[in-house]
Write a protein that binds this ligand. Structure first.
Ligand SMILES: Nc1ncnc2c1ncn2[C@@H]1O[C@H](COP(=O)(O)OP(=O)(O)OP(=O)(O)O)[C@@H](O)[C@H]1O
Ligand SMILES: [Mg+2]
Length: 257
């Protein structure tokens, strides 16, 4: 059994009188897709922000393990190291593609820029890799010099995925990556994410309130409510045989919908 890429215990975070995280722990192993589900306000995005170093918890710790297997306490790494981590070993896919793309830079530039950030210098190679990644996310390479704002929502999201994955991260955080897209577009995007994550052996920590998306993508599921993890386990086990009354409600409300 390999070491987890990311591990956290005892996370607590409050916003005023709201306890957004109440003693949360998690572990994500290489190549594993873990979905975090739960109602609005349950703390999913807060957890992702703490795990990705954007928010510092009041208590608890997050351990990141580098490619050599060395553990590092995330909140002691310092800003520069954290930014480097986000460009190399980790990636973040935002719900709103505009938060993850540079809208004033061409599609090819959005992808190529990430390669340059990790040291690529040869223009021809960068262009070739950008072209290859557009193909992988099903964007016509004739659009390579176009600005993302001329793209549909689904295309923008696929471009954001290409920009994130081109540097071959080992762990990618995704917060509602299909939120706000048409249902047919969502299905295609989920398929694409699933294919790429499995082909490249990328671990994904996916926040969603779409149980069907979690079922499709995730090996493991964590159910959150009021800042606590009420249930977790293998996706099929949790969804087919939910133990906690809240999970039972969540699953049955999806079936009834
Ligand atoms: N910046 C903030 N300031 C104050 N309260 C916040 C802030 N961010 C989140 N909260 C509160 O913390 C709790 C958890 O919020 P969070 O955004 O993590 O929920 P969520 O599960 O991601 O919900 P959603 O499904 O709506 O995105 C909520 O009660 C929310 O109102
Ligand atoms: Mg959220």
């Amino acid at each position: 059994m390999s070491f987890p890429l990311l591990e956290a215990q005892g996370l607590i975070l409050r916003f005023g009188t709201t306890t957004a995280l109440d003693d949360v722990g998690i572990a994500v192993h290489p190549g594993e897709v873990v979905a975090i589900v739960g109602e609005s306000g349950s703390g999913k995005s807060t957890l992702l922000r703490v795990l990705s170093g954007q928010l510092v918890p009041a208590a608890g710790q997050v351990t990141y393990r580098d490619a050599q297997g060395q553990p590092h306490l995330l909140h002691e790494m310092g800003e520069a190291a954290l930014r480097r981590l986000m460009r190399t070993d980790w990636g973040f896919v935002h719900q709103n593609a505009r938060d993850g793309l540079r809208m004033g830079v061409s599609a090819g530039g959005n992808v190529g820029e990430r390669l340059m950030a990790i040291g690529a210098r040869h223009y021809g190679d960068i262009r070739a890799q950008a072209t290859e990644w557009l193909r992988r996310v099903e964007i016509d390479e004739a659009r390579i010099d176009h600005l993302p704002r001329t793209f549909s929502g689904g295309m923008q999201q696929r471009l954001q995925i290409a920009r994130t994955l081109v540097s071959r991260p080992r762990l990618v955080f995704m917060d509602e990556p299909t939120g706000g897209l048409d249902v047919s577009v969502q299905a295609r995007l989920l398929d694409l994410i699933r294919g790429l994550a499995s082909e490249l052996n990328i671990a994904v920590l996916l926040v969603t309130h779409d149980i069907a998306a979690a079922r499709l993508l995730a090996h493991r599921l964590m159910v959150m409510r009021h800042g606590r993890v009420v249930e977790q386990g293998l996706t099929d086990r949790v969804l087919d045989d939910p133990q906690h009354p809240y999970t039972q409600l969540l699953v049955s409300s999806v079936l009834a919908a």
